[in-house]
Design a protein around this ligand. Structure first.
Ligand code: HEC
Ligand code: HEC
Length: 395
């Protein structure tokens, strides 16, 4: 038996090795295809997984980016890293397309999961890889009596449909937050902000980058992390201009790509939620969940539906009413794709409280930021939200 550890650096560095070696067959295929004009130059049609990759049989019809999300789901659910299903992942000899025994089983499991949900739950996605695997390669079959008679571990539902009775209404919780960060009137006057700071690594990975953030109401945002002290290390960039979004993460299989599917909806939500006065407009069908605890502090929990099939859960500190965490859930054929942002170190910027520290975590990695200079209502050039290549500082 193999019990997966919490996702750690091992995976991130495996991915890093792929990219630093620069010979990921996929990225080569992709750039060859873009050169040949397969990757759409304009906004609309995203590159599908089966167009981007060579050997896609089960997960067809989703964007290449959402496909990479499904790889994250598999990796997390089984407690694996990429190399446990893919030949030589993490080295320059990687062959993503080659079938390994585990890859063949995983493909069968994709079809199994879809069939279980179709046959038993009218297609609602109630059974996922995580339902059975829980971070292990082989699911546990029998409950251990120590667990039956031990302390229950609390795991809240991720999606709820209605407010838990007897708790404050979602509007009350959000209004209290709006009051706490500056009040409705002041927030309505907040139309843009820029920030600079540094990225903090996890265990020495990804730290020390120079960070710039640009945000403009109602829905534009970009984050640029540059490693100026490390020659040859590319910038990490996320941008969204209100319609089109891009990600450039040099340490991954896809390199730079245009967002689509769940990721595009997610980028829109991130941009919109940067302006707290918009929470109640952007999220619909708001409901209050059971209160929870984050870092030993009690939090009120509110959930709402975002763009597309996205939904998001917001955690507000009970005492300060500040937003401590947002988890948004995108969808994929085999389970939800969680992205979590944790906020801390709120400081006053001309009467508005803004978080100066935050951590952005998704299935394939984490970034943490410490801001040191935040300016509000400064003019921002529209090009700041454009394609990553145009956002990098020229060296
Ligand atoms: C549990 C096994 C498993 C794990 C772990 C896994 N994959 Fe996969 N991977 C698959 C399967 C299955 C396919 C084929 C999917 C299909 O046929 O639709 C695939 C296909 C791919 C492809 C497409 C290759 C091609 O050209 O056809 C890429 C790229 C890929 N995976 C990357 C990754 C990365 C990066 C990771 C680590 C984050 C990862 N995978 C982790 C099972 C896995
Ligand atoms: C209904 C429960 C269930 C679900 C859902 C499920 N699995 Fe499994 N999976 C199993 C069981 C049981 C085994 C062990 C089979 C055995 O030992 O012969 C297994 C084994 C595997 C293995 C082989 C592991 C090894 O190294 O021995 C892989 C890979 C795998 N599953 C991938 C997945 C993926 C990916 C998903 C989601 C798309 C998934 N499974 C969903 C029950 C499930």
């Amino acid at each position: 038996m193999k019990v997966g550890s919490a996702r750690t650096l091992a995976c991130a560095s495996a991915m890093a090795a792929i990219a630093l070696a620069g010979t990921g067959s996929v990225s080569r295929t992709l750039s060859a295809q873009s050169a040949a004009g397969v990757q759409p130059a304009s906004a609309t049609a995203p590159l599908l997984a089966e167009q981007a990759f060579k050997n896609i049989q089960a997960l067809k019809g989703i964007s290449a980016a959402d496909f990479m999300g499904t790889m994250g789901i598999m990796t997390a659910a089984l407690g694996f890293d990429c190399s446990e299903c893919h030949v030589a992942a993490g080295t320059d000899k990687v062959d993503w397309a080659a079938d390994t025994p585990r890859k063949v089983i995983a493909r069968r499991m994709v079809n199994m999961v879809v069939a279980i949900n179709q046959t038993n739950f009218s297609g609602r996605q109630l059974v996922t890889c995580w339902t059975c695997h829980r971070g292990r390669d082989k699911p546990v079959v029998t409950p251990s009596l120590d667990i039956v008679y031990g302390m229950p571990t609390l795991e809240p539902d991720d999606l709820v449909v209605a407010s838990v009775p007897g708790l404050p209404k979602p509007d009350e919780i959000i209004d209290k937050h709006i009051q706490a960060v500056g009040g409705e009137q002041r927030l309505a006057s907040l139309t843009s902000f820029t920030a600079t700071g540094t990225s903090i690594g996890f265990g020495g990975f990804g730290g020390g980058g120079a960070v710039q953030i640009y945000a403009k109401a109602p829905d534009q945002r970009s984050t640029i992390i540059e490693f100026k002290d490390t020659p040859g290390r590319d910038a990490s960039i996320r941008s969204f201009d209100g319609k089109i979004g891009w990600i450039k993460t040099p340490l991954t299989v896809l390199g730079e790509y245009q967002l689509s599917g769940s990721e595009l909806d997610g980028a829109r939500l991130d941009a919109e939620l940067a302006f707290p006065s918009q929470i109640k407009r952007v999220l619909t069908n708001l409901r209050t969940l059971q209160p929870a605890t984050i870092n030993d502090r009690e939090v009120n929990v509110v959930q709402g539906n975002g763009p597309g099939r996205l939904f998001a859960t917001l955690y507000f500190d009970k005492e300060t009413a500040l937003l401590a965490r947002v988890v948004r859930y995108g969808n994929s054929p085999i389970g939800r794709l969680p992205t979590q942002v944790d906020y801390a170190d709120y400081r006053d910027v001309t009467g508005i409280k803004l978080p100066f520290r935050f951590t952005f975590a998704w299935l394939d990695g984490r970034d943490a930021f410490q801001l040191n200079d935040v300016r509000i209502n400064v003019p921002i050039d529209a090009t700041r939200f454009g394609r990553p290549t145009s956002l990098e500082t020229k060296r």
